[in-house]
Design a protein around this ligand. Sequence first.
Ligand code: NAP
Length: 259
Amino acid sequence: MSWQQSLKNKTVLITGASSGIGAAAARKFASEGANLILLARRLDRLEALSAELEKQYHIKCLPIKCDVTKLAEVQSLEKILQKNPVDILLNNAGLAVGTEKIQDADPADWELMIDTNVKGLLYLTRLVLPKMIERDSGHIINIGSIAGHGIYEGGAVYCASKTAVDVITRSLRLDLFGTQVRVSEVSPGLIETEFSLVRYKGDAVKAKNLYDYTIPLTVEDIAEIIIYCASAPPHVNISEVVVWPTLQAGIGKVAAKKQ
Ligand SMILES: NC(=O)c1ccc[n+]([C@@H]2O[C@H](COP(=O)([O-])OP(=O)(O)OC[C@H]3O[C@@H](n4cnc5c(N)ncnc54)[C@H](OP(=O)(O)O)[C@@H]3O)[C@@H](O)[C@H]2O)c1
């Protein structure tokens, strides 16, 4: 018998499923037979992914346009979730915007990072938790970052937001003490996604150079780890997985790949 529990017919809600880690996790959960509720702002991408996964894996997929920074939009999901109780919430939507030092940065960038990475995660968590507690089962998986365990120049607010994700994750386990609701965090180092394109505000050359220089993690690596956490037996709560590319030894310490 396998150590891992089956994810077949579980309902998994993934934020930020239109790209990167979220889309890869959706593919992996679907391949395990889970049904999906996919959120992001770019509905066209969610719809295309949903159609692909329903066809390939014969699962149910619900693509929903939702900006996680908007509390009213998040709360309006309540009816849908009453019909589709969530077994696993993957709080993945997130971003870094800009690389300026505090003295030069645009406060609008700070607001976007804090609203998405911290408040969005809290809004979704608040929405699904009461039902999980009522059923005494469920799993919240938060995507943190190595930026939640260290700092770098020009990264103050992103690092602060990911430190907040770490603190919220650990606090949540205390708030849920005595229940069988699990809370995990996956904290990756450098992964090739659209993340850098967003951070560099659309500068595709800069974003590509960052990844071409070295051997970053892939979204499939992270999806595997998420599935590992989610499919652990119900009495096992993997608190955090911190994962680095082999060529990365610290924040800002990334080695070049050999030519
Ligand atoms: N890439 C890395 O090196 C790295 C390392 C450590 C941690 N992370 C974390 O991994 C997570 C996923 O990022 P990624 O690397 O996969 O980047 P990505 O490819 O840019 O994906 C980010 C996702 O978040 C969604 N999103 C952003 N703002 C949103 C909002 N207001 N409402 C709803 N969805 C929103 C985006 O969808 P829409 O634009 O369609 O809304 C997109 O699907 C983030 O939390 C990030 O901080 C990334």
